[in-house]
Design a protein around this ligand. Structure first.
Ligand SMILES: [Fe+2]
Length: 297
């Protein structure tokens, strides 16, 4: 059952214009703007949908305020879509809408959907610069793909939450940290994680979505551009330990955070799941205020 990637995320927001501006400033291309909101498309064909939080067509929210209302997973074929419909409809309601997208819930009540992947271009891991090529100062990032989503999950529910994805959808756990949560990748994905359940407090909720950019330079140029537009960073730039990706998080107008991410570990079925009794820490390195001051001297 090759679920391959996050295909779409659907936000319900209170400030549609603000959310649209946020994603435009983030570097996404607006594909369609309607009275209901807007759809942003990535080069891969993945989409970010902005809707009003009062839109009755959206699944019920998992928390108050603006947040993600549904994560839709991308599948390789229509046969896979039909197989998932048959598999899941045995023990839960599965609704197929007029576009063919399936809508249901996972085992901790998160609204999820499934559809066949839209066509697009995914260059995989960025290639190093070639001979006689140079960097372009000030070049803003063009996010390549939606890399992963992260939800809060109560520690008491973590095993149940992950088992749905591993047992029913054949996701692989790449890193399991008892005091932090489970990182999982889709069976059709090479990336270290496509979903992470952050299990550090007794709540279910939305945390963040990561947009992969070409390289570390784009993480930093994108983040500086967001600061220039007046948005608040949620973190400093750094490099994670689990997944190895370089990151910079920003508080999103539409709820939770968005992350610029680059240079994540690629994994396949030869990867041995790592189990950490105590998580090895969030970061290999993280810029501090002192680093930033010294850079500007
Ligand atoms: Fe992330």
């Amino acid at each position: 059952m090759p679920v391959s990637r996050v295909e779409a995320i659907v936000y319900g927001v209170d400030d549609i214009a603000g959310a649209i501006k946020y994603f435009q400033d983030w570097g996404l291309a607006c594909r369609e703007r309607t009275s209901q909101g807007a759809d942003f498309a990535l080069p891969t064909g993945q989409t970010v949908c902005i809707r009003s939080m009062s839109d009755a067509a959206l699944p019920q929210p998992i928390e108050g305020g603006p947040t993600v209302r549904e994560t839709i997973w991308g599948l390789d074929t229509k046969d896979t879509l039909d197989a998932i419909a048959a598999e899941l409809s045995g023990d839960r309601e599965v609704v197929r809408d007029h576009t063919g997208t399936l809508h249901t819930h996972d085992d901790i009540g998160l609204p999820i959907g499934f559809r066949v992947m839209a066509p697009g271009v995914d260059p995989g891991q960025a290639q190093p610069r070639g001979v006689n090529q140079s960097t372009e100062p000030g070049k803003l990032p063009t996010p390549i793909r939606i890399g992963h989503v992260v939800y809060f999950c109560p520690p008491s529910e973590l095993r149940k939450a992950s088992a749905f994805y591993t047992d029913r959808l054949k996701f692989r756990v790449t890193d399991r940290a008892s005091d932090l949560g489970d990182f999982m990748r889709c069976p059709g994905s090479i990336w270290h994680h496509n979903i992470f359940f952050l299990s550090v407090m007794p709540k279910t909720g939305w945390n963040h979505v990561a947009f992969d950019v070409a390289d570390v330079n784009e993480v930093l140029s994108g983040g500086h551009n967001m600061l220039k537009h007046g948005y608040k960073a949620y973190s400093s730039p750094g490099r994670h330990i689990m997944g190895s990706n370089v990151f910079w998080y920003f508080n999103a107008v539409c709820g939770g955070q968005t992350e610029y991410s680059a240079d994540m570990d690629m994994t396949d079925d030869n990867w041995k799941m790592r189990v950490w009794e105590r998580n090895p820490g969030a970061d290999q390195w993280l810029f501090t205020a002192q680093d930033i001051v010294s850079q500007h001297r």
